[in-house]
Structure formats: C-alpha cells, structure tokens
Design a protein around this ligand. Structure first.
Ligand code: ATP
Ligand code: MG
Length: 213
C-alpha cells in the first residue's frame, strides 16, 4: 500500500506572529511526528520552540498554515478532550490550592486513588508522598517538596490522564545532575508507549529524531 499513516502531530507551512503587525516568530514551518515517535525540537533561544507548543495546545491560531493533531485543527479541540490527549510539562510547576492529590488530579475526581498512586509511582514520587503525615491528603505548601520533587509531581500530573502525547518543555533545566537523572528516569516511564515531543537546547537531553526549527 502507498497510503501513508496519519501523523500524530503535523505543522503545515506555519507562519505565526503574536500580534498581527509584529515580528514573525515562525516562518513557513513544517514537520510531522508519527504515533509512538519520540522527537526533540531544537533551535537557538528565541527560535520559537515554546511557541510551537502553545500552538499545539490551541492557545493561539497560526496566521498561515495548519497545526494539526491527529488530523484535527489544534485550535478546535474541545477543552474537555485536552487532558487525555496531551500532557504538558514545563520548567516551572504551577501549584494549585489544596492537597498533594489535588496537584495530581487538578480536582478531577473521576481519577481513582489507584490511578493517582500509579501516576506518583511513574514519577518516582510515591514513597516520598507516603512518608508525609497525611500522605496524598497533605495540604501543599511551597516547602513540602524540593525543586526536583515539584518537577516529578508535574510528571505525575501529566501521567495520571494517560495522555497520548507528551509535550516537554526544557523540563530538566536548572536541575543538578542527580535530580536531572531522576527526572529523566521518570520521563522514560511516563513516555512508554506514547508520542513525545521534547524541547531542549542541551545536547545530552535530546531524545529521538531532532527537528530543527
Ligand atoms: P528558549 O529556548 O529561550 O526557551 P524558544 O525557542 O522557546 O526560546 P519562544 O519562547 O517560543 O522561544 O519565543 C520566541 C519569540 O517569541 C521570542 O522572541 C519571544 O520574545 C516571543 N514571545 C514569546 N511569547 C510571547 C508573547 N506571549 N507575546 C509576544 N511575544 C512573545
Ligand atoms: Mg522556550
């Protein structure tokens, strides 16, 4: 058969500026990522790597061209589908008011405790959480975890929804070597069987095929 598999993610000739009259950030950018592929977006600082993620997340529409996820316009994907479609992990963790469990579920109580524990296990954070006085019901303050542990918690938050696609933006930046290794191990578990696009400008953190933008 000559029929081509549908890419999981595809940018077709995308041109984008944050405001109509401002400088173009992306110029006729095209690439495809197939289901199950793990790729790294690479490019100098300011090249527009994080901007590509914002387009995939449906936060902006391109001026020209198409941003497609499973053949659908990323901007048209309903909010309620997004969590099971993709997990987005960035450099900083955005803590929500509430417990450790709330950080993982984002208050979605359709997740069972078993799913929450499994997500924490994937992140390598289950033992740490169980040592807290109230475990998953411990109220989260900024002090209860270290920087690396917050980063692991953001992996648990993404993993709980078992998303088909992981978008990882410089998630090991600013971590010491040992913590970076822990985060990379957690990622390896979280990425299993998924399509993964990661952003890095550090060569040792690049995985899979490199897409230069
Ligand atoms: P880095 O490697 O430093 O993270 P990047 O490749 O991720 O860089 P982007 O964050 O996508 O780059 O930024 C690309 C350009 O778009 C930069 O010049 C940046 O200043 C600009 N930019 C980013 N966000 C906005 C915004 N919300 N409004 C206007 N301009 C923006
Ligand atoms: Mg960036």
């Amino acid at each position: 058969t000559t029929e081509e598999e549908t890419p999981f993610v595809e940018l077709q000739n995308v041109t984008f500026a944050y405001e109509d009259d401002s400088r173009k950030i992306l110029h006729h950018l095209s690439f495809k990522v197939y289901p199950g592929e793990q790729v790294t977006l690479s490019g100098r600082t300011g090249a527009g790597k994080s901007t590509v993620f914002k387009l995939l997340l449906g936060l902006y529409q391109p001026g020209e061209g198409k941003v497609l996820i499973q053949g659908r316009d990323a901007f048209q994907i309903p909010e309620k589908e997004k969590r099971s479609l993709y997990g987005y992990v960035e450099q900083t963790f955005h803590r929500v008011p509430g417990t450790v469990k709330d950080q993982i579920t984002l208050y979605d109580d359709s997740f069972t405790m078993e799913e929450v524990r499994e997500a924490a296990r994937i992140a390598g954070l289950d033992a740490t959480i169980e040592q807290l006085e109230k475990g998953y019901d411990t109220l989260c303050t900024s002090e209860i975890f270290s920087q690396g542990q917050w980063q692991l918690l953001s992996i648990a938050r993404a993993a709980v929804a078992k998303p088909k696609l992981l978008l990882l933006d410089e998630i090991t930046a600013n971590l010491d070597a040992q913590t970076e290794e822990e985060v990379l191990q957690a990622l390896k578990r979280a990425a299993e069987g998924r399509t993964v696009i990661s952003i890095s400008h550090r060569v040792n953190a690049e995985i899979g095929r490199i897409i230069d933008i």
